[in-house]
Design a protein around this ligand. Structure first.
Ligand code: SAH
Length: 567
């Protein structure tokens, strides 16, 4: 049996009992098996997500003997054979709630979420990525869930977690303290506060070749205690590359960055040592590595502590690095959304975009995220808000329908980044299935040979330019996909474009009129060019006009791969 994938994408299996269950299971997961053919114990340890298309009782009885730990058990969701409900049974906050919502959006069922915080939209204190919650979390969470507004105090220069930045705070509620000092659990419990510890420290470590793992671990622990710094605040360790395979460094079992001696030698440090210089070629390892990894020459907050065979120094990361992901959601239904898009949105701290597009991914959103929906228009506002949020240190997903590079926000993001001064390397474009691909597929294969995408919106391009391009496409005998074909104010362009193509193509040329593809109210038809009417075309419609070789296949249409195959 295959092993769990630790590289990012969770491994999902769907188990079923009956033929009806099998059909449903195939809509939920590419990996499906009859329940009778699997050993649940093996599935339990091999997959991250298990979906049962059975009764809840069967699912519960199957998994019961194998449940061991909240930290390692897979997420388990049960879907009834009618596909009416998707119920997370295990690992709600570790992905099962989200999975249930995605399944629900895919097969049109209702997610049955039983965690109160997810039901009433309150963030979960212990699920903020990059922060550790300590204190009586369960009690505090219960108060939040019952509507109490907390007082939030941030003693760090770090941005608040997305949802906290967005939600109401008070001056006197129970306190959420954002701090990297060592938590005093007894005191926190006594006063009813919780502490959120952001991972903002870099610990520089130098060690001689004979240092033992115990020595290194206790030197770090002693330094953290002496400096009153929480261990949870450690983001990374940093050291010299020649210690990469040193057992004491490996035993740290935590992300570690390595620098070579020439990089370290260039850093100005408060406590250089000639002995260290002689032995490794840099006068500092712990301080220099901590400063380099912190990203700031002034980052050092604890200068070098010396132990028998170990040195330790601590620096504070200069800034939480934000990033902008411009994400394509595909045309609508989650089953046409890529895994990369879903994972990016799930991991984002801020999700933003045109309101209806944000709704297209609502199954992926959690109350721990800051979600900002924008009205129609305001495209520049949307992008600027996303870039500003990334500059403030958040991982931001700016969502678009279809593909973000096709008449959407990706190019605007690069344009605005240049104007605002945001590093374009921090922009990632996550592709999506564009309307033309989805429409062509539903209607057959009309994009089977060379084709062009043209937006008929003359808000962005003068009509004279659009017209010239339509003529060029007509002359080149390309299949033409018209985006933004018509709106309530722009009605003549589509008929003009069709008129131009009609001069070059037979009246029998197939035309695909695809409305709301991948959405609940999808309607797609293929008509002959002579019969085309723009009456039913709106802003949710894509019109694809075939080339002279395009042909009907029953009620659908395709364009042959080669001209020689023309009928
Ligand atoms: N980035 C989007 C396109 C944005 S332009 C994409 O890649 O699909 C908006 C135009 O795209 C609409 O006016 C319509 O012509 C087309 N469109 C977007 N979604 C559609 C859908 N689900 N069905 C049909 N056409 C769609």
């Amino acid at each position: 049996m295959t092993h769990k994938n630790t590289a990012g994408t969770p491994r999902l299996i769907c188990l079923y009992l009956s033929e009806k269950g099998r059909v449903l299971a195939n809509r939920i997961s590419p990996t499906t098996l009859p329940l009778s053919e699997v050993k649940i114990g093996e599935v339990f340890t091999s997959f991250d997500q298990i979906v049962f298309v059975t009764t809840a009782a069967i699912a519960v009885r199957s998994i019961a003997p194998h449940i061991s730990s909240k930290a390692t058990d897979p997420s388990v969701v049960c879907v009834d054979e009618d596909g009416s409900y998707a119920i997370p049974l295990l690992g709600g906050h570790r992905g099962a709630n989200r999975l249930a919502k995605t399944i629900a959006a895919t097969i049109g069922s209702e997610p049955v979420i039983t965690n109160p915080s997810d039901r009433n939209g309150t963030y979960t204190l212990n699920s903020f990525a990059g922060y550790h919650a300590v204190g009586d979390i369960a009690h505090f969470q219960a108060q939040l869930n019952s509507g109490i507004v907390p007082k939030v105090t941030n003693s760090t220069g770090w941005p608040l977690p997305g949802a906290l930045a967005d939600s109401a705070t008070s001056d006197d509620g129970p306190e959420i303290l954002i701090s990297i000092t060592r938590p005093d659990l007894a005191h926190l419990r006594l006063v009813g506060s919780v502490q959120l510890i952001p991972e903002l420290l870099v610990v520089g470590v130098g060690c001689s070749s004979d240092a033992t793992p115990d020595e290194v671990a206790s030197a770090i622990e002693a330094t953290m205690i002496e400096s009153n710094l929480a261990n949870e605040a450690i983001h990374t360790f940093a050291t010299i590359d020649i210690r990469k395979d040193h057992p004491a460094i490996v035993a740290l079992n935590h992300p570690t960055v390595f620098f070579d001696s020439s990089q370290l030698a260039r850093v100005e440090v408060p406590n250089p040592s000639s002995t260290v210089l002689d032995s490794v070629g840099s006068a500092s390892v712990a301080e220099a590595a901590a400063i380099l990894a912190s990203g700031s020459p002034d980052g050092l907050i604890v200068s070098k502590r010396k132990f028998r065979a170990v040195t330790v120094a601590v620096a504070q990361r200069s800034a939480k690095p934000g990033r902008l992901f411009v994400v394509g959601l595909g045309p609508g239904n989650p089953d046409l959304r890529t895994l990369q898009a879903a994972n990016t949105i799930s991991h984002a701290e801020v999700v933003t975009g045109f309101g209806p597009y944000v709704d297209l991914c609502s199954d992926l959103l959690t109350p721990n995220q800051k979600v900002k929906r924008f009205p129609i228009g305001e495209e520049t506002h949307r992008v600027d808000f996303a870039i500003d949020s990334a500059i403030a240190g958040y991982e931001v997903a700016l969502v678009c329908s279809g593909d973000p590079g096709v008449f959407a926000m990706a190019s605007l993001a690069f344009e605005r980044a240049e104007i605002i001064g945001f590093d374009p390397k921090l922009i990632t474009v996550v592709p999506g299935v564009t309307a033309a691909l989805a429409s062509s597929a539903v209607a057959g294969a009309i994009l089977g040979h060379d084709h062009a995408y043209i937006s008929l919106s003359d808000l962005m391009t003068p009509w004279s330019v659009i017209e010239e391009r339509v003529i060029a496409v007509a002359r080149a005998d390309l299949v033409a996909a018209f985006y933004n074909p018509k709106s309530s104010r722009r009605i003549s362009q589509l008929n003009k474009a069709i008129g131009i193509l009609a001069e070059f193509r037979p009246a029998t040329t197939p035309v695909v009129v695809a409305r709301a593809v991948g959405r609940d109210h999808q309607s797609v038809k293929v008509v002959q060019l002579a019969d085309f009417s723009s009456d039913e075309v709106d802003m949710e419609t894509l019109v694809i006009v075939g080339s002279t070789t395009s042909t009907f296949a029953g009620i659908r249409a395709y364009t042959p791969r080669g001209y020689s195959e023309k009928k």
